[in-house]
Design a protein around this ligand. Sequence first.
Ligand SMILES: [Fe+2]
Length: 174
Amino acid sequence: MDKGDHSTAPYRGPKLPNVPDDLVISGVLDMDCDERLWVPQSKDVWFRPLCFNVSQGYFVNILRVRKSGILSRHRHTGPVHATVLKGRWHYLEHDWWAEEGGYAFEPPGDIHTLEVPDGVTEMVTLFHVTGAYIYVDVDGVSLGIEDVFSKLQAARNHYDEVGLGASFADQFVR
Ligand SMILES: [Fe+2]
């Protein structure tokens, strides 16, 4: 039995304490958005931040890759949710493919090597990444890490360089 109140009246009680503001971004599927929104990550790789959740240690971003080949080998310390908006990619260690319009869950602890296949000129994927990427060699030896704080720092540096100001990145922080 549905016990909800279906009246059209908005909630009229007090606001709960310490609730962060909502974060609403329009046009996230607009691939022709202001190019300055795309933060360069490496040659032919960019990310567009949607949420830097520094209090829970995760970030949500759209990754755009305009090259084929190996992107990185990494291990995750937390869960990852991926929704493919364009193109396709896979991990060398798994037999499944992340296809346009598809979704994949990557469990923490998985170590995998992301490859964009030949013929895909642009891959775009929405990633929700909790914890850190630990970049590793073929034996799993760590080479570097990336997390919500390093992504936020990169965004602040980029937005400063393109004239939007470092604080432009702060609108995505929760
Ligand atoms: Fe991954």
